[in-house]
Design a protein around this ligand. Structure first.
Ligand code: BGC
Length: 906
């Protein structure tokens, strides 16, 4: 596209702009600390309806100077915004707390009350003891903290309504709403909120999540109408798809709602779902997550969600037992319509059959725009693929009908979007359209859980950017309140293996903290009494107990939450559950070997024995548990589980290692990579095993992977830790089969389920995230952004970009819980530049690799020389030292932005 100088200029310009913008947005004081930003309470900026009695606060610090941190903080929590403005924390004034904690600070004020809104802000003292200004105020609000607060009953019906007269001005109103299935809440003729496919799918009999809406402005003095449409969602889906044992949770969807209203003068009114509501059939003829929605516009009931509607013909809503499980606040981003897509082309492969191409495999649905006679039926069928004749290919959808059918009202221009289904598709076949549709007749609606994007990765090699784009799409389209395997066929399940394999990638790209917090609780809810956990959560599919590569999601996700977000509470809350899980593993192991397995290295090309893989997981899980015990201060348990892990390691070596050949199990890439990654290999054999692994990749397979998605997660970071990022890079940029690049070259816009392009209809999803684990390697290895060993929550950061082969630049940044960490480098035979940002209250090591031919190097930071004649040159603010380790020169840096330039000696 442009020459290397041009690239350099672009990078510089981007970096400069970044700096300029951050200066602008943080309004630095002359030299001192600036007000904290990005205030979070339980991982959300302004959460409405949380049910954590002692929520945790996190904030991001800013400072004009380098090497700055927090020596103390003060948090104020107030019951009124005005109080906070006067710096009065009537609910909690932490006082000046001497602490460097700027994340996960646990609330310690007065008991937080049901439904109350609180306002909070924070300031900090820097390393010199200067106080920052207070941050802007953020708020959080408590939900309904106990079941007793819920006054309503579960009620059933397609469309439900209730009219209420309020005699006074409404000063505050909150709607707490949930459903077994999906709901759309309407007040006085309008949809409330932007959530779709709400609430999250949970193991409903154990737990249902409610959403809180501020509906103050929707209510008025006088008559008000509340309405709800219900869909079956995951609650009623089943009979055709699942074993009876895990079949439909319920026969019909149900609603539970409560609106708490405060009127002027202090009077309070509660509107709750109960037998006084009215019910009717509505325009939705049928709805199913897998099959789609059938909607008859002629059955719409105008005005049903408005006051003064005559519902005398409606029946009385049926109360239902519903779920007696825990009602928990939904404290994570919800599913939303994120974007609209214009189709890129339209074809007419057969008379009356129109096929729209969205240009991108996506999750969601389409908005249909149509005009025609009443009763005309338009059918939309969704597909990821097309045949060569242009007709849609739906062989890979399994039993999912994946279609929406709309019957026209015949009242001029009509638009239709389904309410309670979603599809995974790139192509939409339209039949029955009155007249000929054009590109304006459809709009793609991109739908998924609305997690924020926190990461970016770009590099000079286009194929990497293409793969990154596929990962982005595959990851997002597989977030539907739980992490799913795919979004199109009759699965879309919380397959735990897929979840654990890709969680690290997901956490670099997106703000996953609240999402995984919720999912980990889902896992806990799905845990069996014997301590094992299922293959899928909530449990619908898979083996019982799950394969260990799937069950391991329980300890691994907890561990990643600890690493990425410094979340100690998640370790505390799951300690007992994990202990039970480990006990289950131990009770099924014989002579320290756990052999039970189903999936093994799923979708592998070279088979690795499943009992070996299971046993490696066993070792991994027990060692992690021992480390968690240590972190929580349970030293005796840590030691005893550490011993168990050591015994498993011995048994693994005795049983699966062949010292003669230097191979674990049958010596596949997966077998040796897992052993090396987990440091199972006796020291004296490490070189041999490493050589076997790289020989297998390079010579036996012409630099291609043979792993499934389990093996590849280990393989890429392992190669980097072995000093073979060059080889990992070749795998990552490979474009022949099997590789990620092959998918790109074959026109994929999301990652496939298999390395193979097409094997047969059954397992041929075009949108699986599980191979997306390589995305973490992009950030860690090519971008160079890593946690320092033993550090969590980005307190200590290691910037160590792997400057490889023909890659001339790479740029990565992640908005971590402590602030933005970024690393951008350029490389030519004569120089290396590296721009780094370390957040305030963090520090780092910056590892600058030298080229072999660069015997005597000079490194400048800005315009100061910081390394010369083989030594560190002190004096640059923020740097505290540097050493050479092999070919790397490693700088110790405090917070701030740095611009290193390494040149061959002059
Ligand atoms: C899913 C996978 C899953 C696997 C395990 C498949 O059908 O799509 O992603 O991990 O089953 O059995």
């Amino acid at each position: 596209m442009f020459n290397s100088d041009g690239r350099l200029q672009v990078i510089r310009a981007v970096a400069g702009l970044f700096l300029f913008l951050s200066l602008l947005s943080h309004s630095y004081g002359a030299e001192g600390p600036a007000a904290p930003t990005d205030l979070r309470c339980e991982y959300l900026s302004n959460p409405l309806g949380i049910d954590v009695r002692e929520p945790r606060f996190s904030w991001v610090l800013h400072h004009a100077a380098r090497a700055q941190g927090q020596t103390a903080y003060q948090v104020l929590v107030a019951s009124r915004a005005e109080g906070l403005e006067r710096d009065a924390g009537d609910i909690w004034d932490s006082g000046k707390v001497a602490s460097s904690d700027s994340i996960q600070v646990v609330y310690a004020g007065k008991r937080l009350a049901n439904g109350e809104t609180y306002y909070w802000k924070v300031r900090y003292w820097d390393t010199a003891g200067n106080a920052s200004p207070y941050s802007a105020a953020a708020q959080f609000e408590m939900g309904l903290l106990s079941r007793d607060e819920w006054k309503g009953q579960w009620i059933e019906g397609d469309m439900l309504r209730k009219e209420v007269t309020l005699d006074g001005k409404v000063v505050r109103a909150r709607a707490y709403v949930t459903a077994l299935g999906y709901y759309e809440l309407r007040i006085n003729g309008e949809k409330v909120g932007r959530n779709v496919l709400d609430p999250a799918w949970t193991t409903y009999p154990k737990r249902v999540l409610y959403t809180t809406y501020d509906v103050t402005r929707r209510l008025r003095s006088g008559k008000n109408a509340f309405g709800a449409m219900l869909g079956g969602g995951w609650a009623t889906l089943g009979a055709r798809f699942f074993d009876p044992e895990v079949g439909p949770y319920y026969k019909a969807p149900a609603l539970l709602l409560q609106v708490n209203i405060e009127l002027e003068g202090g009077k309070t009114v509660s509107v709750a779902s109960d037998g006084s509501w009215k019910a009717s059939k509505g325009p939705i003829v049928s709805d199913s997550v897998y099959d789609g929605e059938v909607y008859d516009g002629r059955r719409e009931i105008p005005g049903w969600d408005q006051p003064e509607f005559d519902d005398s013909q409606w029946s009385t809503a049926q109360t239902a037992e519903g779920s007696q499980g825990v009602l928990s606040a939904q404290m994570m981003p919800t599913i939303r319509v994120i974007d609209s897509m214009v189709p890129v082309s339209l074809s007419n492969p057969k008379p009356g059959v129109y096929v729209f191409d969205m240009g991108q495999n996506m999750s969601g649905w389409v908005q249909l725009r149509v005009e025609g006679p009443a009763g005309t039926q338009v059918t939309l069928r969704f597909a990821e693929l097309v045949y060569s004749d242009g007709m849609i290919d739906r062989q890979n959808l399994g039993a999912a009908k994946a279609r929406d059918i709309y019957t026209l009202k015949g009242e001029g221009r009509e638009t239709y979007e389904p309410h309670f289904t979603y599809h995974g598709f790139r192509y939409v076949e339209v039949t029955g359209y009155p007249g000929a549709p054009n590109l304006d007749s459809l709009r793609g609606r991109v739908v998924h859980t609305a997690v924020g994007t926190v990461g970016s990765f770009v590099a000079s090699k286009q194929i990497l950017n293409d793969i990154q784009r596929l990962i982005h799409w595959s990851q997002l389209t597989n977030l539907f309140s739980i992490p799913t395997d795919c979004d199109q066929r009759n699965e879309r399940q919380g397959w735990m293996g897929d979840a654990q394999a890709t969680a690290q990638e997901a956490m670099m790209n997106f703000d996953m903290a609240a999402f995984y917090t919720n999912f980990i609780r889902d896992i806990r809810d799905a845990q069996f009494p014997d301590g094992s956990v299922p293959d899928t959560v909530p449990r619908k599919y898979g083996g019982v107990p799950g394969d260990l590569g799937w069950q391991t999601a329980y300890p691994l996700l907890c561990w990643y939450m600890w690493e990425q977000y410094g979340d100690r509470r998640i370790l505390e809350e799951n300690y007992d559950g994990l202990k039970k899980y480990v006990a289950f593993l131990r009770s099924h192991a014989q002579d320290n070997i756990y052999r039970l397995h189903w999936e093994g290295d799923w979708v592998e090309l070279a088979h690795t024995p499943g009992d070996y893989i299971a046993d490696v997981w066993y070792y991994y899980d027990v060692s992690l548990f021992s480390r968690m015990a240590q972190i929580l201060g349970k030293s005796a348990e840590a030691a005893s589980y550490g011993q168990v892990a050591a015994q498993i390691k011995d048994a693994l070596n005795r049983t699966f290692f062949d010292a003669k050949s230097g191979n674990f199990a049958n010596g596949t890439q997966t077998a040796n990579a897992m052993a090396l990654f987990l440091d199972l290999v006796p020291k004296e054999h490490r070189n041999a095993v490493e050589r076997n692994l790289t020989d297998d990749i390079v010579y036996a397979h012409n630099t291609h992977v043979t792993t499934g998605f389990i093996g590849v997660k280990f393989l890429m970071p392992l190669l980097t830790s072995m000093g073979r990022s060059d080889l990992a890079y070749e795998l990552a940029t490979q474009t022949t089969y099997p590789s990620w690049g092959y998918m790109v070259k074959r026109g994929a816009t999301t990652l496939w389920e298999l390395w193979q392009e097409k094997t047969g209809p059954a397992m041929n999803s075009q949108d699986h995230i599980m191979f997306g684990s390589v995305g973490a390697w992009f950030y860690n290895a090519l971008g160079g952004i890593n946690l320092s060993p033993e550090s969590v929550g980005y307190q200590h950061i290691r910037i160590a970009p792997q400057v490889v082969e023909d890659l001339t630049w790479a740029s990565a940044s992640v908005d971590t819980i402590r602030g933005t960490v970024s690393s951008s480098w350029t490389h030519s035979p004569e120089f290396i530049t590296l721009e780094v940002a370390i957040p305030v209250n963090s520090d780092g090591q910056v590892v600058i690799p030298t080229e072999e031919q660069m015997t005597d190097v000079v490194i400048r930071e800005g315009d100061r020389v910081v390394w010369e004649n083989g030594h560190y040159v002190s004096g640059d603010p923020g740097l505290t030292g540097a050493t050479r380790e092999g070919r790397n020169i490693i700088f110790q840096v405090g917070s701030g932005t740095y611009s290193f330039r390494l040149t061959a000696g002059e």
